[in-house]
Design a protein around this ligand. Structure first.
Ligand code: PRP
Ligand code: URA
Length: 209
């Protein structure tokens, strides 16, 4: 079973509470999502391997540490996952970005794929799949499966809010994938929206309805 990391950092919890507020507008919502993305990425990348490198400071030559060969990829699930990408890239500018386009059919609640474009070396990278909302878990599970179907084996999932149902779905479908999340909410309502959640993340991010 993959591990579940729930971020209880006060800065993340504070920012998330503002995002949940229905009166928070798109501009602030976008800024907060990016900020939380950056804070979470700090932890998600905590165990990246380092290697020794020789450099020369103004004082002398020395051996010091830099990130080693294993490279990072960020894979937002469109649309709402886009809102976390810039925050992560602020920390890891060399990461490549792949995109998976999925929308949830409002009737079946099942994910429908409409786009997939990955870096050509995606299978050699640690991939962080990002999506603020983990509701039924259908979209995240499908996105992870697309990556696996293309030979990717080193995958983590980073979300903002998850419902217990969605977390369980991903853990069962992908026991090799660790999940990083800022909050585990109560349950899904009859429209498969997270309660209390924050509403429709894509709409709030982009000002659509
Ligand atoms: C939302 C959200 C997730 C998905 C979560 O996207 O961003 O991708 O729903 O639901 P699930 O866990 O039940 O699959 P949506 O389908 O609304 O598309 P959008 O981001 O383009 O608005
Ligand atoms: N998608 C969202 O954007 N919000 C939810 O609560 C569930 C799915």
């Amino acid at each position: 079973m993959g591990k579940l990391y729930v971020f209880d950092h006060p800065l993340i919890q504070h920012k998330l509470s503002i995002m949940r507020d229905k009166d928070t507008g798109s501009k602030e919502f976008r800024e907060l999502l990016n900020e939380i993305g950056m804070l979470m990425a700090y932890e998600v990348t905590r165990d990246l391997p380092l290697e020794d490198v020789e450099i020369e400071t103004p004082i002398c030559k020395c051996t010091t540490k830099m990130l080693s060969g294993r490279k990072l990829g960020v894979v937002p699930i469109l649309r709402a996952g886009l809102g976390m990408v810039d925050g992560i890239l602020n920390l890891v500018p060399a990461a490549k970005v792949g995109h998976i386009g999925l929308y949830r059919d409002p009737n079946t609640k099942k994910p429908v794929e409409y786009y997939c474009k990955l870096p050509s070396d995606a299978h050699e990278r640690l991939l962080i799949v990002v999506d603020p909302m983990l509701a039924t878990g259908g979209s995240s599970s499908a996105a992870i499966q697309f990556l696996k179907d293309r030979g990717c084996t080193n995958i983590r999932l980073m979300c903002l809010i998850g419902a217990p149902e969605g977390i369980k779905t991903v853990q069962q479908a992908h026991p090799d994938v660790d999940i990083y999340i800022a909050a585990v909410d109560s349950y899904l309502n009859e429209h498969a929206y997270i309660v209390p959640g924050l509403g429709d993340a894509g709409d709030r991010l982009f000002g659509t309805k």
